[in-house]
Design a protein around this ligand. Structure first.
Ligand SMILES: C[S@@+](CC[C@H](N)C(=O)[O-])C[C@H]1O[C@@H](n2cnc3c(N)ncnc32)[C@H](O)[C@@H]1O
Length: 230
């Protein structure tokens, strides 16, 4: 199935589900998503990774961006193409170090080499062009800076339980709760059309990122990938 990942389509799809997004996210992952984001913060702390300026790209309702404030950064930029997802974040956030802006992955409002870390949680799979976005992330990261991606990657091998959950359970429940007829069928297609974790690491290497570590968070399809800008 051909996916429409145009900025207009993706932002209006997330605008439509914005107010119910947090509930659905926690519901479908049985709250594990919170743990996966916290582990990223733990990794940054334990490895003494510089974290003065952090960009949380595809920040949405900002759960990752809020966790990142625990690192005592000077600024966390929460960037996303969906104004309504960011409105939910504006209601949740009271911290003045957070800069919340509508911006897309291929054109970010940051100077060259100005960010220490870029995080993307469940966002990169939706980008219209992974490669152009990687180029833009490379531009804004300082040398040795880090790109951290939390994502549902395509499976290396077929998994019946996964297929059943994503094609039968999730679209039905997602439709009822989110009241969007497309968002949760899109989710399954976007995973099936995305790269495996291995392919993603290879692609990142072509754009100047060295693989440092990756963690299988769940069933060899939800991974956190840690990459360094050369
Ligand atoms: C599944 S949500 C993830 C939100 C949040 N990061 C989280 O962990 O829950 C994906 C987000 O990616 C955003 N997005 C998709 N394509 C984008 C792009 N090219 N640039 C910036 N944001 C994008 C969507 O608007 C949406 O808010």
């Amino acid at each position: 199935m051909k996916l429409d990942k145009s900025r207009q389509n993706i932002s209006s799809m997330f605008d439509d589900i914005a107010v119910r997004y947090d509930f659905l996210n926690h519901f479908f992952t049985a709250n594990l998503d919170k743990r996966w984001r916290r582990k990223i913060v733990k990794y940054i702390t334990e490895n003494n990774i510089r974290s003065e300026v952090i960009v949380d790209l595809a920040s949405g309702t900002g759960d990752m961006a809020i966790e990142l404030l625990d690192l005592n950064p000077i600024k966390v930029y929460a960037l996303d193409i969906s104004p309504k997802m960011l409105d939910v974040l504006r209601k949740k956030n009271k911290d003045e170090r957070m800069v919340i802006e509508v911006a897309e992955s291929e054109h970010m409002p940051l100077e060259n080499q100005s960010a220490d870390i870029v995080t993307i949680a469940f966002g990169i799979r939706n980008f219209e062009s992974t490669e152009n976005s990687l180029k833009e992330i490379y531009r804004i990261l300082r040398p040795d800076g880090m790109l951290i991606v939390l994502e549902m990657f395509n499976l290396e091998k077929r998994n019946r339980l996964f297929e059943f959950y994503f094609t039968r359970i999730m679209p039905v429940l997602g439709k009822v709760i989110s009241r969007s007829s497309t968002a949760y069928s899109y989710l399954h297609n976007s995973v099936m059309n995305f790269k495996t974790v291995k392919q993603f690491i290879e692609l990142s290497a072509k754009h100047g990122f060295v693989h440092e570590y990756h963690k299988n968070n769940f069933q060899k399809f939800v991974y956190s990938v840690y990459l360094r800008k050369l």
